[in-house]
Design a protein around this ligand. Structure first.
Ligand code: KET
Length: 423
């Protein structure tokens, strides 16, 4: 009776019966809040080094010329419609995407051992991969995935969402501002057999520190010996070296060695298609027959999650990957992006070492790979950069090199120099 009166009262006052009292206010996303704060900032020299998104030398998002060309072709194609794609995506896209990461001569592809599904960019691939493992992996104990310390923060959330506990393995050594290879291999050796390790295929985020080919060799050996599973996240193919094949080396090497694995692939960065959400999940199985079963279950999962993936971005990438002229043009565009980032590394290094004589060793600025640089500065210094210099970066000292250009790199170096000297 009392509750009926309450309901009536709530109805009369327009207050909903559900107050969501149990819902705590969540903090904003650590990366995207920086973009929002940067946009609101009115300071003329402000710099956004937060999100890993490419900018040209004028600090503008860059629509790749090859993407413009592919879009023009699509616009003039009268045969295209807006029907649903198949549940697992546009077949000519997923087939070409698999070749791009695994290599055209991949034995796994020739033997029909790869199940490929189009996903909502790299994040969707990570999610679907994690969901699949959560459901079907033969876990030796609790569901746990080993993540590098540090890693892309979203890895933690994506795993937790599907009931997998993220645990950490040593990766970055703050003393050397490089790879803690011993710690990493030690964790691989000490983890129970059949553990799942999430590895960044190239251009590690946030550190920009990748294992050498020789180190990858040791990692693969230990993974094979311990029957571990490799969850490979490849969000930056092309951004490490400027060369798509070179950046796929570790993935292909693992497949060749027979490490059990899946690959999460994103076209957000290398094709500049951030908002189009184009990606793929590739699961490599030991047999064609197993692969067919895996693919059938991926299809079932995908159906209940997103039903079928969006078509526009996949069509653009499919055109680029399947047309030799467009493919060559894309490689040029990737070199333009990777090359500009490398130039910024060199210039920042030169300014810090030759002009400002900033205390400390800055070799890592030029040695680190890909979109990001892990500066090695303290959280208090990151905070000072944001608050005093209007330079936006994540609290862990990661900077997106793509946010630097010939016009703002000096101001950044000067600001970095100041915070390094003051604390
Ligand atoms: N994996 C890694 C390692 C990664 O850095 C990102 C994006 C993704 C996957 C997913 O990208 P997608 O756009 O879903 O294909 N990283 C940048 C953007 C973000 O945080 O979402 C970043 O670290 O800034």
């Amino acid at each position: 009776m009392a509750s009926r009166i309450q309901q009536v009262a709530a109805h009369m006052t327009g207050v909903s019966a559900e107050q969501w009292q149990g819902v705590p206010l969540a903090p904003p996303d650590s990366i995207f809040q920086l973009t929002a704060a940067y946009k609101e900032d009115t300071f003329d020299k402000k710099i956004n080094l937060g999100v890993g998104a490419y900018r040209d030398d004028n600090n503008k998002p860059w629509v790749l010329p090859v993407v413009k060309e592919a879009t023009r072709i699509l616009l003039n194609d009268e045969t295209l419609d807006h029907e649903y794609l198949p549940i697992t995506g546009l077949p000519e896209f997923t087939t070409a995407a698999a070749k791009l990461i695994l290599g055209v001569t991949s034995p796994a592809l020739a033997e029909g051992r790869v199940a490929s599904v189009q996903t909502i960019s790299g994040t969707g691939a990570n999610h679907l991969g994690a969901l699949f493992l959560s459901r079907f992996y033969q876990w030796s104990g609790d569901k746990k995935v080993w993540l590098s310390n540090p890693t892309w923060a979203n890895h933690h959330a994506i795993l937790k969402n599907v009931g997998i506990e993220p645990v950490e393995y040593p990766y970055y050594d703050p003393k050397t501002i490089g790879l803690d290879f011993e710690g990493f291999v030690g964790a691989l050796k000490n983890a129970p057999e059949r553990s799942v390790f999430l590895l960044h295929a190239c251009a590690h985020n946030p550190t920009g520190v990748d294992p050498t080919p020789e180190q990858w060799g040791t990692i693969a050996e230990v993974m094979l010996a311990k029957k571990h599973y490799a969850f490979l996240d490849c969000a930056y193919q092309g951004f490490a070296s400027g060369d798509l094949d070179k950046d796929a080396w570790a993935v292909r090497f693992f497949v060749e060695k027979g490490v059990a694995l899946l690959i999460c692939q994103s076209f957000a960065k290398n094709a500049g298609l951030y908002g189009e959400r184009v990606g793929a999940l590739h699961i490599v199985s030991p047999t064609k027959e197993a692969s067919a079963r895996v693919k059938s279950q991926l299809s079932v999962l995908q159906r209940s999650e997103i039903s079928n993936p969006p078509s526009h971005g996949a069509r653009i990438v499919s055109l680029i990957l399947n047309n030799p002229t467009l493919f060559e043009a894309w490689k040029q565009d990737i070199q333009t992006m990777a090359g500009r980032i490398i130039d910024m590394r060199k210039e920042l290094f030169r300014l810090l070492t030759e002009e400002f004589h900033t205390p400390g060793n800055w070799d890592h600025i030029v040695n680190q790979i890909g979109m990001f640089s892990f500066t090695g500065i303290k959280p208090s210094q990151s905070k000072a950069l944001i608050e005093e210099a209007h330079v936006y970066l994540t609290g862990n000292g990661r900077i997106s090199m793509a946010g630097l250009n010939t016009k703002n790199v000096r101001y950044f170096a000067e600001s970095l120099d100041k915070v390094v000297r003051s604390a």
